[in-house]
Design a protein around this ligand. Structure first.
Ligand SMILES: Cc1cc2nc3c(=O)[nH]c(=O)nc-3n(C[C@H](O)[C@H](O)[C@H](O)COP(=O)(O)OP(=O)(O)OC[C@H]3O[C@@H](n4cnc5c(N)ncnc54)[C@H](O)[C@@H]3O)c2cc1C
Length: 269
């Protein structure tokens, strides 16, 4: 039996600029029929955009199974400097509308303990879709700290208790400092946080050593890695993927072709 996660092809129905650095992409068509939300508010899917076969993770901002016939899946994408998805999402105007992308089955991580009396959510712009969904569904007193180049007006539910801060630079984050300044509520609660990976590592240490939260009382996830210098891509996987698919090859065979092409290229340099 295959353990491969199910995937869904979907068409881009709409693209909307939410702020200078944030783009909404609404997916639909017949492809998502059968897509089932986990109901976990930070659920995410793997997204493969045209011409690529590596996926990147995006939070399901919303899934409306009744919209447009087979349902509409909304993803909100941070537009940063370079990257497979960011460069696609940045394409001007409606040029990506009508294109086909692939998404995987959703998975979630948020696990609120039954006795939680409060909720604290911290994250950068990549975590804003999850924080918004959690805030929309939470009945607990909830406080948010969001690090974003500019506030995204009207994105969070009205009346949300939120503090906005700006990142120290492009591809950088100082959320660890924000968390060190938190005045922790009394009693038991739940702390959810996501953002740049090295910040998340620092925060896990802080939660364990200083705040002394039990591991069931927090969920801290690295969503992206800052500081990595992008290597020029030696071999473009897009044409290899398309040729492999046209020849009816499996993903494993296409990966083998890609590895062979990369090693041939390395041998020539
Ligand atoms: C569970 C989960 C849920 C996520 N949900 C969302 C979401 O809803 N919306 C969203 O936008 N992102 C989300 N992310 C983060 C997203 O997957 C990464 O930012 C991803 O690397 C973006 O892919 P890319 O193709 O644009 O860039 P990549 O090709 O992966 O990276 C290229 C370069 O860009 C840098 N980079 C990557 N992301 C950023 C960034 N945000 N800011 C600055 N530099 C960056 C990397 O360091 C790398 O050097 C989520 C991640 C996870 C694990």
């Amino acid at each position: 039996m295959s353990t491969r996660a199910r995937t869904y092809d979907a068409q881009v129905l709409r693209r909307e600029q939410l702020s200078d650095h944030f783009v909404r992409v609404v997916l639909g068509g017949d492809g998502p029929a059968g897509f089932a939300s986990t109901g976990i508010p930070d659920e995410w899917v793997g997204l493969v955009v045209p011409g690529q076969f590596q996926s990147r993770y995006y939070t399901v901002r919303s899934w409306d199974p009744a919209a447009g016939g087979a349902g509409e899946l909304t993803l909100d994408i941070v537009v940063h400097e370079v990257g497979l998805v960011t460069e696609w999402a940045r394409l001007a105007g409606d040029s990506i509308v009508g294109q086909t992308v692939t998404v995987s089955e959703p998975k979630g991580s948020f696990a609120l303990p039954q006795d939680a009396g409060w909720l604290l959510l911290v994250g950068d712009l990549t975590a804003l879709p999850a924080m918004a969904r959690i805030a929309e569904t939470s009945a607990l007193p909830t406080r948010l700290w969001v690090e974003a180049p500019d506030p995204v007006e009207g994105y969070l539910p009205e009346g949300t208790d939120v503090r906005w801060s700006t990142p120290p630079g492009d591809g950088a984050s100082s959320l660890a400092q924000v968390v060190e300044g938190i005045d922790w509520p009394e009693g038991d609660g739940y702390f959810w946080m996501a953002g740049e990976s090295s910040q998340m590592r620092a925060i896990r240490k802080h939660l364990m050593r200083e705040v002394r939260l039990p591991s069931t009382a927090y969920d801290v996830m690295g969503y992206w890695r800052g500081g990595a210098v992008r290597q020029p891509r030696a071999v473009d996987p897009g044409p290899i993927y398309r040729a492999g698919k046209a020849a009816g090859k499996s993903d494993a065979e296409i990966w083998a072709d890609f590895d062979q092409a990369a090693s041939d290229q390395a041998g020539e340099q």
